[in-house]
Design a protein around this ligand. Structure first.
Ligand code: ADE
Length: 227
């Protein structure tokens, strides 16, 4: 069974519409939709916004539904001049930009205990998503995706995150899903479509483009399931 996680209703609605033989199980307040999409067994969930909800959802998918892999699909702010609204970021790895034990001498983003900054995405899944994006004719980039419990909306923060981690997009859940997958040795991938520039008018752009961006991300996930 494949796990697919979106943070918000708009990030899962399109996928749920395509699900057949759907049954729902609620765990810890999260609805898990089990069924078939494009002929594949899938459990789909809206986890809620932020790292804690995302981690709780990923761990439940692993322990209760026994998923073989997890895909996180949704929207993000761009961190690079190569990605604009509507373009696609495929994570090669995830980092948590708000994890900071630097006063103790650690590098920014170090995940204490497992001692890594970058959580690598599954290479086979990344390559398949890269192919899907090329076939779909969307402008896309592969690179690290940065996660934190904050909506990034200033050029200063945007620059700091891109300079510190070399990340191409910023959002609020993927790094937590990646963290859970890493400790459980479950392969994961992240599809994020740009909804805003993570600076300046980010809030306004986000409100205008979130729906379209989320639909594009779902479309890439559907193409990947069908491939
Ligand atoms: N998701 C979409 N845009 C975002 C931003 N600018 N910061 C954090 N998460 C986001």
């Amino acid at each position: 069974m494949i796990g697919i996680i979106g943070a918000m209703e708009v990030e899962i609605a399109h996928l749920r519409d395509q699900m057949q033989d759907t049954r729902v199980e609620t765990v810890s307040g999260i609805d898990f939709y089990c069924g078939r999409i494009r002929g594949r067994e899938v459990v789909l969930a809206k986890c809620g916004i932020g790292k804690v909800f995302a981690a709780l959802c990923a761990q439940t998918m692993i322990l209760k539904f026994g998923v073989e892999c997890i895909v996180n699909s949704g929207v993000a702010g761009t961190l690079t001049s190569e990605l604009h609204i509507g373009d696609v970021a495929i994570a090669t790895a995830c980092v948590q930009h708000d994890m900071d034990t630097s006063p103790l001498g650690d590098p920014y983003g170090l995940l204490s205990g497992i001692n890594v900054v970058e959580l690598p995405a599954d290479q086979t899944m990344v390559q398949a998503l890269d192919r899907v994006c090329r076939e779909a004719g969307v402008n896309h980039r592969l690179g690290p995706v940065a996660t934190g419990d904050q909506f990034v909306h200033t050029m200063e923060r945007r620059r700091w995150i891109s300079d510190t981690f070399g990340a191409v997009a910023v959002e609020m859940e993927a790094g937590a899903i990646a963290h859970v997958c890493y400790v459980n040795r479950v392969p994961f991938a992240v599809i994020r479509v740009i909804s805003d520039e993570a600076s300046g008018e980010a809030q306004i752009d986000y409100a205008s483009f979130v729906k379209k961006a989320a639909a594009t991300s779902s479309d890439i996930a559907l193409r990947w399931l069908a491939a």
